[in-house]
Design a protein around this ligand. Structure first.
Ligand code: CP3
Length: 377
């Protein structure tokens, strides 16, 4: 915890997988301390290296699907939990211990940096982030100062603590992308239609761009803080961007996402994910990330074609399929792993977050299955 984490290894892009049998298990209590997280399967696959089998982790792997999560969270609000390094560390490690996943994702929330700069918001259970006073006018920009490391010293502490605990298992840092953050700020909470957001985007484009430029600064700095503290990869979540037509995405959103991603360019591999982004995949690839996250609506082979083979892919088992009988799950996992072999690199994941009522035993089985597929072609 007191040691300064090793800087990401810049030589990794050229790393050619010198250990053909694959790295030893990187997690599940078997964690080897020899390997560097910067040489982990996750980092190599997300950078576009073909491996004998993909690394596997799950969006929302920490959370309500785990009884041990519900236990440690009891009596502490979500946002408070995100700001306590010991709790963040424990919750982040829980799915690594239980499932033996190949990466940890930092336990936090996309609205943490917004709250840290002073936005009055809360996370309401079963609803999501709720902003006390929605952003609609230029004066509202004053409530959104730039993020500095001094706003979030606890995040640096949490990441350092985690990296020390994780050994060879890489930690994925993350941030919300400007559009998704803007949507929460402008709508005041989760939205089905994003009508106020789109009205602002088209009704006052200058204000929209100024808001997104500020959010890109916040997102980029938040990512940098996590990478500076030792995160080995990052994911930029643009969860709700699939509600936009491609032309609007390119004119009003992508430059800002690109700016946020640029903040950690060349340091760690970057994964860029959104939901319902079938029509945007090619365009999202151009925002700059090495790896494009694919939701469950698009087959990996279609995603490969749409992204022109220029990106590693992450995904994309439908989280709802985890409720089906095991043979159904098994067949889907095998198909996704086989399809992923066509991509320049493949990170196995769900096509969106783990649903809270998922049987965690099924997740463990999926991890075991993916790990067992190493030698199959
Ligand atoms: C859109 C979005 C949010 N937060 C996030 C996104 C992008 C990912 C996505 O598309 O799902 C990102 C996020 N939120 C959380 C994580 C933790 C890491 C992980 O994936 O394991 C991550 C990566 C924890 C969380 N964030 C939240 C929870 C649930 C809080 C609880 O346990 O009560 C967790 C574990 C709260 C939250 N925060 C948000 C929502 C929609 C919710 C769920 C509301 C609910 O259903 O209760 C906003």
């Amino acid at each position: 915890m007191t040691t300064t984490p090793a800087a990401p290894d810049p030589s990794t892009p050229g790393f050619t997988g010198a250990r053909p049998g694959g790295l030893p298990p990187e997690s599940a209590g078997e964690t080897t301390r020899e390997g560097l997280p910067s040489r982990s399967r996750l980092v190599r696959a997300a950078r576009g290296e073909k491996l004998d089998r993909p690394p596997v982790w799950f969006m929302r792997q920490a959370g309500r699907s785990l009884p041990e999560y519900r236990e440690v969270r009891e009596g502490t609000t979500m946002l408070e939990s995100c700001r306590r390094p010991e709790l963040v560390t424990e919750i982040t490690l829980q799915p690594v211990r239980r499932h033996g996943v190949d990466a940890a994702i930092f336990f936090s929330d996309i609205v943490v940096p917004l709250q840290a700069v002073g936005v009055d918001l809360d996370i309401v259970a079963g609803v999501g982030p709720v902003v006390a006073e929605p952003f609609r006018t230029r004066a509202d920009l004053d409530r959104l100062p730039e993020l500095t490391p001094e706003h979030v010293p606890d995040i640096t502490d949490s990441v350092r603590m985690l990296v020390a605990e994780l050994g060879a298992t890489p930690l994925i840092g993350f941030s919300g992308a400007p559009f998704t953050l803007a949507s929460y700020l402008v709508e005041g909470g989760p939205s089905r239609h994003h009508e106020h957001t789109k009205a602002l985007m088209h009704g006052d484009p200058q204000l929209w761009h100024d808001l997104c430029a500020r959010l890109a600064q916040i997102a980029g700095t938040y990512l940098q803080i996590q990478v500076d503290a030792g995160a080995s990869a990052i994911q930029l979540f643009d969860s709700w961007v699939g509600y936009l037509p491609r032309a609007d995405y390119e004119a009003y959103v992508r430059p800002h996402s690109a700016h946020a991603l640029e903040a950690v360019a060349g340091r760690v591999p970057r994964i860029h994910f959104g939901v319902g982004t079938g029509e945007l995949l090619a365009s999202m690839g151009e925002a700059g990330a090495e790896c494009v996250g694919v939701d469950y609506r698009v087959g990996l082979l279609d995603a490969l074609e749409r992204t022109g083979g220029r990106h590693a892919l992450q995904g994309n088992l439908d989280p709802a399929l985890l409720f089906a009988p095991w043979p159904v799950v098994e067949e889907a996992v095998r198909r996704i792993v086989a399809e992923g072999r066509q991509a320049p690199g493949h990170v196995f994941n769900l096509g969106h977050g783990v649903l809270p009522s998922t049987d965690p035993g099924v997740l463990t089985r999926v991890v075991e299955l993916v790990h067992s597929l190493a030698d199959e072609g």
